[in-house]
Design a binder for this molecule. Structure first.
Ligand SMILES: *Cc1c(COP(=O)(O)O)cnc(C)c1O
Length: 344
């Protein structure tokens, strides 16, 4: 049996979710006739107190559509250096939106007004126009660190004063809400766009929803068409998303608990130098001096535990819906017994 801790994207639907998909009422969503897609978009819009939503095939697409909506060519997007929109979306910002990117070194991917303000360009013929800030909650490369609303609010204020839009890559927003205790409905007032993934911790097979004003979503719908993301009887997929929202948000607490248990075991080994604080479902640790992270990943894989490196010194484990208590116990046992020799 493999214990797959590479990502929370590896989950497969359970019987309840499959049943919801099988019995979904569908129509042609490009014609706006799929009531299940409408229901999902509406449900999330209400949840986050945004006017409207748009169901898309991936979080990459919702992010890239948002960036295109909120910028013009030759503008500049401000984000953390480790952010998904910059690192893991195939150079999409340059390709789709033709803007430059201003990178900030956030603390585990978390930005502050103090970090952002000096990077906003004044109006000057030499400078690209700073038009958008993108936040990520939780931060993937930052080890699942969560912004609280109290941290977001002053960033919103700064963007407002300086005339920049604010987009949230909320691939793991429900993990953040659980960790901070914040209320989803308070988010709408701060963001021009919110991207919510259904296929991460929530366990749906496919799909993300972009939330925004009616005007933004109207523009986004046209961009989605141009990106090739207009889907027909997409209600079968949206039904999985609705099911995920109804049944799987509550299960995220177990993922966070499991992540802390893994971190605790890792902290007692000699091949781990340090571990990022575990706030949600991601555990990132730095390997001890002289040890290559690839070796740790390799040795764990030999024992049936799959995980990834995230840099020259770091290894990442992600807990999710398909990881059971039993699997965590087994993983902890293996973590404790593992011998990793120093690289020569
Ligand atoms: C996974 C992820 C996305 C979107 O990924 P897709 O695979 O395109 O759905 C966006 N942002 C972050 C931080 C992610 O982890």
């Amino acid at each position: 049996m493999k214990i797959d801790l590479r990502s929370d994207t590896v989950t497969v639907p359970d019987v309840g979710m499959l049943d919801a998909m099988m019995t979904a009422k569908v129509g042609d969503d490009v014609y706006g006739e799929d009531e299940t897609v409408r229901e999902l978009e509406h449900k999330l819009a209400v949840m986050f107190d945004m006017e409207a939503g748009l169901f898309c095939p991936s979080g990459t697409m919702t992010n890239q559509i948002a960036i295109k909506c909120f910028t013009n060519p030759m503008d500049e997007v401000i984000c953390d250096q480790g952010s998904h929109v910059y690192r893991y979306e195939g150079g999409g910002i340059a390709y789709h939106s033709m803007t430059s990117v201003r990178l900030i070194n956030g603390e585990r991917g978390i930005l502050t007004p103090e970090l952002i303000e000096p990077e906003i360009n004044e109006e000057n013929i030499h400078y690209p126009n700073s038009s958008l800030v993108v936040l990520e909650n939780t931060t993937n490369k930052g080890g699942g660190a969560a912004y609280s609303l109290a941290q977001i609010e002053p960033i919103h204020t700064l963007c407002n004063i300086k005339g920049l839009k604010l987009h949230l890559d909320g691939a793991r927003i429900f993990n953040a809400l659980l960790a901070t205790g914040d209320d989803a409905s308070a988010y709408g007032q701060y963001f021009d766009g919110i991207s919510v993934c259904l296929s991460k911790g929530l366990g749906a097979p496919v799909g993300s929803v972009l939330l925004g004003s009616k005007e933004t979503i109207k523009a986004a719908t046209k961009i989605r068409k141009a990106f090739g993301g207009g889907m027909r009887q997409a209600g079968y997929l949206a039904a999985a998303g609705i099911y995920a929202l109804d049944y799987n948000i509550a299960k995220l607490a177990m993922d966070h608990y499991h992540a802390r248990a893994l971190a605790d075991a890792l902290s007692k080994t000699n091949y781990v130098a340090s571990i990022y604080p575990v706030e949600t479902n991601i555990v990132i640790f730095e390997v001890a001096e002289g040890i290559k992270p690839e070796r740790v990943v390799y040795h764990l894989a030999e024992k049936g535990i799959l995980c990834n490196t995230t840099g020259p010194k770091t290894v990442r484990l992600v807990t999710h819906l398909n990881i059971t208590e039993e699997m965590i116990d087994k993983t902890i046992e293996i973590i404790k017994q593992l011998q990793v020799s120093a690289h020569k």
